[in-house]
Design a protein around this ligand. Sequence first.
Ligand SMILES: *Cc1c(COP(=O)(O)O)cnc(C)c1O
Length: 387
Amino acid sequence: MTLQYGRHSINSDDISSVLDVLKSDFLTQGPKVPYFESALSEYVSSKYTVAVNSATSALHIAYLALGLSENDLIITSPNTFVATSNAALMCGAAVEFVDINPNTLNMCPIALENKLKLLKSQNKAPKIVVPVHFSGQSCEMKRIHELSIEYSFRIVEDASHAIGGSYCNSKIGSCRYSDATVFSFHPVKIITTGEGGAVTTNSLSLYKKMQLFRSHGVTRDASLHKDTDISAWEYRQISLGYNYRQSDIHAALGISQLQRLDDFILLRNKLASNYSEIFSSSSFIPIRVIEDCISSWHLYVIQLPHEYWSFKSQIFERMKKKGINLNVHYQPVHTQPHYRFTNNTSLLNSENYYASALTLPLHCGITRSDQEYVASQLVDSIKQSCK
Ligand SMILES: *Cc1c(COP(=O)(O)O)cnc(C)c1O
């Protein structure tokens, strides 16, 4: 048996929820998507949710709804999946990165403030800042929100890792300190719809715009197209949108997975604390969990001490031979070939972190004894590699 770094958990309720849709009148654009949207809003305490076919689409429509276009700039973390910044490139905008805090691995608010000051001195400012809640732990949203008032930018939270987590006693997705929050339901994430994503917001106007961008810019809502004498079959295309819709089949899986979310979070927290305990006397550096945060523990990442960095590939390969598929999150986005033209100097914390990081298996299908096996094999692989 191979141990994967992440894996979905599907039970008989999930299966019958999907089967019911397959036997129903609607495979898409039926009742399941709006039901999933209200259930998500209720869970995170947001006013609105727009469900889509991926988090990448969710980021794209959130940026579009906030008016991101050519000549605009977004700022995000280099320690993320490329989708966070790609969605801004899809709007024609420029992207710059701000370094991470080496303890939390999230965007550093001090580095952000320095970047904002520098941009201001050049008469520039970002339109949107996108904090990424790496591994399921919230960024320091209160501080980022204060900066958004001082420097007048908008905030989209990339919470692809973080559904079920909390910050200052609010569920991530409540948008208390942001304009919108994006979730991913890819199978490695906390809950899954196969492929899928969603955006939450408390703004009615953003909500309406995102609904338009999700489906071709087409609407039957007279308050939007302002045509009074429109026939029953007619619709109006009032902007250029996409087909980013989620199907009812996917939403049905999301509805039943959402009911299991709190159990997943409890179990993931338990597994994370097992690792911390197992590694407590080792030289590996875990993520620091900050006050006011409950992490959803999408990823369990350790940093190797400096003397092992150059052996990381060998350690990784050795683990793979033993049937333990580690991963590395993330190659800093500013070092990707496609991003070579972005205006970026070195971002040392994220580059050093990348040199040191390994993601260990953590998902609802593993046991404490799997974790002990991973730990002992890791120690062994390091010994073998660094001889
Ligand atoms: C997974 C992920 C995405 C993209 O999610 P999809 O649903 O696969 O489009 C975006 N941002 C982050 C941080 C992610 O981990």
